[in-house]
Write a protein that binds this ligand. Structure first.
Ligand code: FES
Length: 574
């Protein structure tokens, strides 16, 4: 390979990368527009349960809008763009094996829609525009239910497939949103109910038309009102529709064939190798991310956020070839700063393969929990949720543990953990872990952030009260009462089942966790029993009036953070 070849290849790779987010956005917006159009049609079909007149009234509103020239261009332009983006995705897809089940469903449904609906759209919209066909529901239903029942089945299937395709797309888009878990039962109800009612309306209206054909003289009048073109035009149009369908099918086949040719050429002329810790080396394709290479070769690799560059669990140490990588972009650099990663650590989901790379994934692959988590809430598989994190620590416990017999240390700690654990769980929190004499707890994982914030404040108050009682009962055993520091913060965190072997459990990672820990550490500096972020105080609805505010710097944050310091938490909000 010459240096010029190398530059050309790099140039090609670089040109492709910045377009990806733009194309993803276009696909989203065009998809949303088309989904809205399909939803409007489904909603209109429900009117078939009442009458054909009600159906036509709804159609008049929809078509009145859609047949406006600008909206027509927008709608059909969106359809074309959406299809072109799907073909591009097929062409650039490096590994079909790496596609998840929902992605397969999404792709298959999407490619099937035009095959099922093309004829219906062309036979109505095109014939209306070219030959003045009156495509109201009387004619459409007569055509579908009386003259061509196979087309009726095709059309119903096409609309349902389009709806399912849109629903899967929405699910893939929204699944990491903090509110999605709570809204899911409602969304699922709409996703099932709307097409079911729509189908019922379509059948009811079809049966009405079938009954009307028995009325003497009705059918000729209906055909006349449809203003059909002559037979030669109809036959020529039907042949044209079939050819368009064949052309569409050919384009899909061509896209897969072009992808295959691209991969073969890449393997021949541009194949790279990626080494894993010196033990294993696999073939990679320029342009793939390190995570994609792992997935393509079935190498287990942690990726809690699914490759969205948010959780850092895919991080790898680059032991060779670091100089061949471009600098991390701003989004990746921000995550790396947050975990204080050294320069040779990168996110596998954001870093593209380059010459001579040797990497070592830094987290156990089971961190994802993806393959092993079955049943239970969906966040077990990794989800970004708005939660509250509590950290608590005993002040000066190292001194106590140095001065006491081991038995005493264990006895005191277990009494302390029992009291604090009861306070946290009693308030509705979840103990995440005990770290030495420290405690980490989560609130709001199942109940949402506002309830979690309220529970966390209740827990902190109860912990402080129980500490008073505990100190009373241990007064003969302790030279000085136990003192604790508690930090509370609310914000987004990656929540999921993580760990290894039997030591697995629901936990959280991310900036919110680090910040809560930092607030707990600051209680020493301020001589406070509790420090809460202002965001937490506001979300809890508990009044912190009278407790001073401070602006603090937190590592990894661009702006100062406002916190409240509470000297004695026994009375907060009470
Ligand atoms: S998979 Fe989450 S940051 Fe890479």
């Amino acid at each position: 390979m010459t240096a010029i070849d190398g530059q050309r290849r790099e140039g090609r790779q670089d040109r492709r990368v910045p377009w990806t987010p733009v194309i993803a956005r276009i696909r989203l917006y065009t998809g949303l527009l088309l989904f809205t159009y399909v939803s409007a049609h489904l909603a209109n079909h429900v009117a078939g349960l009442w009458s054909i007149g009600a159906l036509d009234a709804g159609l008049e509103i929809i078509e009145g809008l859609v047949r406006h020239r600008a909206v027509t261009i927008l709608l059909y332009g969106s359809l074309l763009l959406h299809m072109l983006i799907a073909l591009r995705a097929i062409y650039f897809r490096d590994s079909l094996k790496a596609m998840s089940a929902p992605e397969w469903v999404q792709l298959t449904l999407g490619l099937t829609i035009p095959l099922l609906l093309l004829r219906h759209v062309l036979a109505n919209r095109l014939m209306h525009d070219l030959y003045g066909l009156n495509d109201d529901h009387t004619w459409v239903l007569l055509n579908l239910w009386v003259f061509d029942p196979t087309a009726a089945v095709n059309q119903a299937a096409g609309v349902l497939v389009a709806w399912a395709h849109g629903c899967v797309g929405l699910h893939l888009w929204l699944r990491y949103a903090a509110w999605y878990d709570r809204a899911r039962p409602w969304l699922l109800t709409v996703a099932v109910l709307l097409p079911a009612l729509s189908l019922a309306g379509f059948v009811a209206a079809g049966m009405t038309v079938v009954e009307l054909t028995a009325t003497p003289g009705w059918m000729p009048l209906a055909i006349k009102a449809a203003n059909l073109p002559d037979n030669a035009t109809i036959n020529a149009s039907l042949v044209l529709f079939d050819r368009i369908k064949i052309a569409y099918g050919s384009v899909i086949v061509l896209a897969f064939a072009a992808r295959w040719v691209r991969l073969v050429l890449h393997h021949r002329s541009q194949g790279l190798r990626l080494a894993y810790g010196g033990d294993r080396s696999v073939q990679a394709i320029r342009g793939q991310t390190l995570l994609e290479v792992s997935r393509m070769h079935g190498i287990p690799h942690a990726a809690v956020c699914g490759g969205r560059g948010r959780c850092s669990t895919c991080r790898v140490r680059i032991s060779q070839g670091l100089d061949n990588l471009p600098e991390p972009d701003e989004a990746e650099a921000k995550v790396l700063r947050r975990i204080s990663a050294p320069p040779n650590v990168r996110l596998a989901c954001q870093t593209r393969v380059a010459d001579g790379l040797e990497i070592t994934p830094l987290l156990p692959p089971h961190t994802t929990g993806m393959a092993e988590t079955r049943g239970g809430p969906s966040y077990l598989q990794g989800r970004e949720l708005e939660i509250v994190v509590l950290f608590a620590d005993i002040r000066g416990f190292t001194t106590i543990s140095e001065e006491r017999l081991p038995y005493d240390v264990v006895f005191i700690l277990n009494r302390y953990f029992a009291e604090m654990g009861a306070a946290i769980e009693g308030a509705g929190g979840r103990i995440d872990k005990f770290i030495g004499d420290g405690i980490m707890a989560l609130f709001g994982v199942d109940t949402g952030p506002e309830a979690g914030a309220r529970q966390a404040v209740d827990a902190a108050r109860e912990m402080a009260r129980r500490l008073v009682d505990l100190n009373d009962s241990l007064s003969g055993d302790l030279e000085a009462p136990l003192r604790i520091g508690i930090g509370l913060h609310i914000g987004p965190a990656i929540v999921g089942e993580m760990g290894y072997g039997r030591v697995r459990g629901v936990t959280a990672v991310g900036d919110t966790v680090n910040t809560a820990s930092r607030l707990e550490a600051l209680t020493k500096e301020y001589g406070a029993q509790l420090i809460v972020s202002e965001a937490l105080a506001e979300a809890s609805g508990v009044s912190f009036a009278g407790h001073p505010t401070h602006e603090i710097e937190v590592r990894g944050r661009d702006q100062a953070m406002v916190v409240r310091t509470v000297m004695d938490a026994t009375g907060i909000g009470g």
